[in-house]
Design a binder for this molecule. Structure first.
Ligand SMILES: [Zn+2]
Length: 63
């Protein structure tokens, strides 16, 4: 018996569709573990915290 572990999508599909990268306004894809959003255009990664995407520019996250 094969059990496929399916990771649930952390962000509701409706919300995921309307999300846009703050840099280039493109859509996102999930990273492998679905812990981050990756911009399909500029490849910028944004963390997902408790199901909420944190769309803060990486430069600002360092502060
Ligand atoms: Zn982008």
């Amino acid at each position: 018996m094969i059990v496929i572990m399916q990771i649930e999508e952390p962000i509701p599909k409706k919300l995921f569709k309307i999300l846009a990268c703050p840099i280039c306004k493109s859509n996102f894809r999930y990273n492998k573990n679905k812990t981050k959003l990756i911009c399909i255009k500029c490849n910028t990664a944004y963390p997902i915290e408790n199901g909420i995407p944190v769309l803060i520019l990486p430069e600002m996250q360092k502060q």
